[in-house]
Design a protein around this ligand. Structure first.
Ligand code: PGA
Length: 255
């Protein structure tokens, strides 16, 4: 019954793709493609330099503007980093934290991810905390253990009030950008475990209200079966979010 109360949320993570004109065109096309789909929250996560033109193109569409990362310090000598305040100044309402490419390409650990999660929540943003196991970790049956660690450390000292602005994205690393999607049953099993961990930390009611997205090679063809599972509350979409029609079809599948 609780599952029906959770509004599905679809995010488009553009990663390091598009250019200035392409980002504006894609966001305008996404706004058009999701118009008329009721009862689904939609967000796009463009590269930092294109936040302002995308904000402009999304005006009045109801599509949330997201950022792919954030730094936890308020300001100062942190060359290359972007603060919560700067993102809010550009109209950002939601940020990714701990995406697997940040963890595995840039070497971010759970402690840094936790600092980012807390700073973003403290500043009033919503956060998508990304978790998920590598292929090796799955093969040695560490999936639940890894997800639990990412969730417990990522949400350390987050308050119950702040948790309402948290979404968790379960993104098995082996499924990201590979065309290999978790089966709906595998996704459901991981999501149920993540929800149980959040229940242990914050209580059953809070866990029942938390939205858990699946991410990893989501397409218009597989979105419906994944989101049909009881604990799958949306999708974080990479490659397929770069085509407005396909992304719109995924949003429609959640509606
Ligand atoms: P993908 O990326 O859909 O291209 O697999 C998902 C993600 O990294 O968020």
């Amino acid at each position: 019954m609780l599952a029906t109360m959770r509004t599905k949320i679809i995010g488009g993570n553009w990663k390091m793709n598009t250019d200035r004109a392409g980002a504006a065109a894609l966001s305008a096309a996404v706004a058009g493609a999701v118009k008329g789909v009721a009862g689904v929250e939609t967000a796009v996560f463009p590269p930092f330099p294109y936040l302002l033109p995308v904000a402009e193109a999304l005006k009045g569409s109801g599509v949330l503007l997201g950022a792919q990362d954030v730094y936890h310090a308020e300001k100062g000598a942190f060359t290359g980093e972007v603060s919560v305040g700067m993102l809010k100044d550009c109209g950002v309402g939601i940020v990714l934290a701990g995406h697997s490419e940040r963890r595995h390409v840039m070497g971010e650990g759970d402690d840094l991810v936790n600092l980012k999660v807390r700073a973003a929540l403290h500043g009033g943003l919503s956060v998508v905390l990304c978790v998920g196991e590598t292929l090796h970790q799955r093969q040695v049956e560490e999936t639940n253990h890894v997800n639990e660690k990412h969730v417990r450390l990522g949400l350390r000292t987050v308050t119950p009030e702040e948790l309402r602005r948290v979404v968790i994205a379960y993104e098995p690393v082996w499924a990201i950008g590979t065309g290999k999607t978790a089966t709906p049953d595998d996704a459901q099993e991981a999501h149920a475990h993540i929800r149980a961990v959040v229940g242990d930390m914050f209580g059953k009611e809070a866990a029942g209200a938390l939205r858990i997205q699946y991410g990893g090679s989501v397409t218009a063809a597989n979105a419906r079966s994944l989101m049909g599972m009881p604990d799958v509350d949306g999708a974080l979409v990479g490659g397929a979010s770069l085509k407005a029609d396909e992304f719109g079809a995924i949003v429609a599948a959640a509606g």
